[in-house]
Design a protein around this ligand. Structure first.
Ligand code: APR
Length: 248
């Protein structure tokens, strides 16, 4: 199931990087976006997840995001998230770049997490940038929040479609991709930029490129190793096997 080359590269690695997508949280009960039962199959993303929707369709926009917030409030990390934490004991530098906004990597204990698309449980004022949760405020899930400072419309601190990513976080993600020795792409359809380019940056800089997914994606033919299966099953197997090899 796993190549000897993967463990050889891990054995000599000082820095590994993970890119994760909705698939790593699927076994925690968080819906993915595409494929069977995908969120975007039942919701019109352009009506719900754009800056225009926030402004012109505010009720429905916040109904959708409050529904997603409730979804991620009661969920727990799964064995896939915890395996990435285990890697922090085994390799000196581990970077987790996630497209997910559910905060499960931090909840599992990962210490170096780059949230490319933000975090759905964090809010931000669209006008003055005020951060309610950072100020100890807890927003109710049943109404449209307005800023106590400037009365501007508060929004989830996530990257909406047609928006740019935080340039500092993107730069750090590109750096972590360019400087790691092994790059894992886990549970992502590899369709959405700029995240989808990160594996190619890693490969172009000599990293060993591994993809873990339940089905092939546009990245699969370019990966050094495609491992078919659920990340919550595959990742712990890799950490257990790697730990045994290190002890020899
Ligand atoms: N283990 C591994 N992979 C899985 C699992 C699992 N248990 N379950 C599903 N997958 C795979 C699917 O095969 C699919 O390739 O996870 C991927 C999920 O793809 P998407 O739903 O497109 O999610 P993602 O790639 O994270 O989307 C990227 O698109 O809508 C935007 O901002 C949103 O961050 C999101 C971005």
């Amino acid at each position: 199931m796993f190549s000897e080359k993967l463990f050889k590269r891990l054995y000599h690695a000082t820095h590994i990087t993970f890119l994760t997508g909705a698939g790593i949280s699927a076994e925690s009960g968080v819906p993915t976006f595409r494929g069977k039962d995908g969120l975007w199959n039942n919701h019109d993303v352009m009506q719900l997840a754009t800056p225009l929707a926030l402004k012109t369709n505010t009720d429905v926009f916040w109904e959708f995001y409050n529904w997603r917030r409730r979804l991620v409030t009661d969920i727990e990390p799964n064995l896939g998230h915890y395996a990435l934490v285990d890697f922090e004991r085994l390799i000196s530098q581990v970077t987790v770049i996630t497209q997910n906004v559910d905060g499960l990597h931090q909840k599992a204990g990962s210490t170096d997490v780059l949230e490319l698309h933000g975090n759905i449980m964090r809010s931000r004022c669209s006008e003055c940038g005020y951060l309610p949760e950072a100020d100890g405020k807890v927003l109710a899930f049943d109404k449209i929040p307005y800023c106590p400072k400037c009365n501007g419309l508060i929004r989830p601190d996530v990257v909406l479609f047609n928006e740019n990513l935080n340039s500092t976080i993107l730069y750090q993600a590109q750096e972590a991709s360019a400087t790691c020795e092994v790059f894992f792409s886990i549970g992502t359809s590899s369709l959405v930029e700029p995240a989808a380019s990160l594996p190619y940056i890693a490969k172009a800089n000599g990293a060993y490129l591994v993809e873990i997914n339940v089905e092939r994606t546009p990245l699969s033919d370019n990966a050094d190793e495609f491992i078919e299966g659920k990340s919550g099953k595959i990742l712990p197997m890799i950490t257990v096997l790697f730990e045994k090899i290190r002890e020899k």
